[in-house]
Design a protein around this ligand. Structure first.
Ligand code: NAD
Length: 491
């Protein structure tokens, strides 16, 4: 007999309490070894003056219980309320989002009957850092932050997951033909760590064509790994392809905490009507059981759920004339799953979680490798409302001083000085790149030389005294002699 694992449960808002009740009823009937403890989060907490939707006691409970089954919550309209999901994921280091996307053809209508893939999305970094600034009248900026430790963690997890679940292939989606540093490090880490898993087939695809292929022929994919934004988009595409966004659960995995939830929202339009489909939350609970080392119980519940779907006992959202046999509400659907515990589906593929050794997933601690970091210049961003880059270039050249030289001016990343094209459209946001005066260019290859920070500060001071509006500076570094910044387009 397994000892009971404490589980923290939040019933959420809207349909949350109904589908959580249904899920817990099924878990109890399947005699899973869990001990639910309840916390309140979401709308009521937000409206009671907690802008993050969660109280300190709930944080404490999360940190001590470590496994969290969460029903959807309603984020109140209006600014000032932060997404609780993003807060929980980031605060508790839930770095991996895992979404299983599978078709249940012919019982649930889909154009892709053989679809069976897993999307593993990085959960903490990338454009979701939410660091944005309006820098000029015309230009806004969002910072895309991708770290080597963050990339190592998610890539390692994806390979371990693929191996633990007995899956065969992993596809990494990046756009490093454009974002050579941020997506570049993700790609590089994927190749590096991939070498330790030779039995797993590996491929890298540019995210645009990769997403198009997932939408067109998802059968060719098995496990897909992507950074936060691409993963967010691709996981919704993949879930939609299964025919119902409402059936998928997702896991947010950290070390040692994990959160499991439905991918849909709180559906206030149907709350309290006993018509919501509890399947997505139930499937999230199945992922939770695998995660906490109760794969046999997970299998029993999932097979009973498959048998219910196969018997045509469907809630309104998946009901189809000619395919479905019985239209049921939340509680009757729950009864039907309970009645089938111990049964297996006849047509749909039975669950097999026996090889899912999630407990064995190992997290490697990150080892920081020091490289020699050298300051070799600065990008100075200006707000200037003129239109002729040559006029700006000549003005800026006058302020370079004895140590620095103006290498290039770009506007939205495209070179406009020297020798820009008159056709290039320019905004009021200019990036001026300064390098050491003596920087050498050997056969077209720039050899960067160190500059001292005081020369950059002196440059900024001269610009300020000449009424040139500096928005910000970005220092340019090399690491062990390798350029740590992208070139301007046309540089
Ligand atoms: P939603 O997913 O709640 O609803 C979209 C549509 O799908 C609605 O027509 C709804 O009735 C239907 N639907 C959703 N789940 C269903 C289910 N289990 N059974 C049957 N039908 C179902 O999305 P929304 O309307 O955009 O958002 C409603 C609220 O949910 C918002 O406050 C939003 O912020 C929140 N939300 C929460 C989460 C979360 O907690 N993880 C995720 C998404 C949205």
């Amino acid at each position: 007999m397994l000892s009971k694992t404490p589980i923290l449960v939040a019933e959420g808002d809207g349909i949350g309490p109904e589908i959580m009740r249904a899920t817990l009823r099924i878990l109890e009937a399947a005699e899973v070894q869990i001990e639910p403890q309840f916390i309140e989060i979401g709308e009521k907490v937000y409206l009671n003056g907690y802008p993050a939707g969660i109280r300190q006691e709930a944080w404490d409970a999360l940190r001590s219980t470590k496994v969290f089954l969460k029903a959807p919550i309603t984020t109140p309209q209006g600014s000032g309320y932060k997404s609780l999901n993003v807060t929980i994921r980031k605060t508790l280091g839930l770095f991996a989002n895992v979404r299983l996307c599978k078709s249940f053809h012919p019982y649930i209508r889909t154009k892709h009957p053989k679809l069976d893939l897993v999307i593993i999305r990085e959960n903490e970094e990338d454009l979701y850092a939410g660091i944005e600034h309006r820098q000029t009248q015309e230009v806004m900026q969002s910072l895309k932050l991708v770290s080597r430790p963050g990339s190592e963690k998610i890539v390692r997890y994806a390979f371990e997951y693929t191996q633990a679940c007995g899956r065969k292939k992993i596809t990494c989606l990046v756009k490093d033909n454009i974002m050579k540093l941020t997506d570049g490090v993700f790609h590089e880490v994927f190749k590096e760590i991939g070498k330790e898993y030779p039995a797993i087939e590996q491929e890298v695809k540019i995210v645009d064509i990769g997403s198009a292929l997932i939408a067109d022929t998802p059968e060719q994919f098995d496990v897909v790994i992507a950074s936060n934004l691409y993963g967010d988009i691709v996981s919704d595409i993949a879930a939609q392809l299964t025919g119902s966004l409402g059936l998928a659960g997702s896991a947010n995995i950290g070390e040692p905490l994990a959160m499991f939830e439905a991918i849909h929202g709180s559906a206030p339009d149907i709350a309290g009507k006993n018509i919501a489909n509890p399947s997505a939350l139930l499937n999230a609970a199945v992922m939770m059981l695998v995660h906490i080392g109760q794969p046999a119980e997970a299998e029993k519940i999932y097979n009973a759920w498959l048998a219910t779907i196969e018997d045509g006992i469907h809630t309104r959202d998946i009901y189809q004339e000619g395919v479905s046999k019985q239209l049921v509400g939340t509680s009757s659907f729950t009864d039907a799953v309970i009645a089938r515990l111990g049964k297996v589906p006849q047509q749909l593929e039975q669950a097999d979680f026996s090889s899912a050794k999630m407990q064995a997933i190992t997290f490697h601690s990150y080892e920081r490798k020091y490289q020699s970091k050298e300051l070799v210049g600065a990008d100075v961003f200006l707000h200037w409302e003129g239109s002729d880059p040559n006029e700006l270039g000549k003005r800026i050249e006058e302020h370079c001083g004895t140590q620095l030289r103006l290498q290039i001016i770009t506007n939205r990343g495209i070179k406009v000085y020297p020798n820009g094209f008159p056709e290039t459209f320019c905004t009021d946001h200019w990036r001026c790149r300064f390098l050491a005066k003596s920087t050498m260019s050997k056969k077209g290859k720039t050899h960067y030389l160190p500059v001292d920070y005081a020369s950059i500060l002196a440059l900024l001071n001269r610009l300020y005294e000449s009424n040139i509006a500096v928005i910000k500076t970005e220092n340019l570094y090399t690491f062990d002699g390798v350029r740590g910044f992208s070139l301007g387009q046309g540089e």
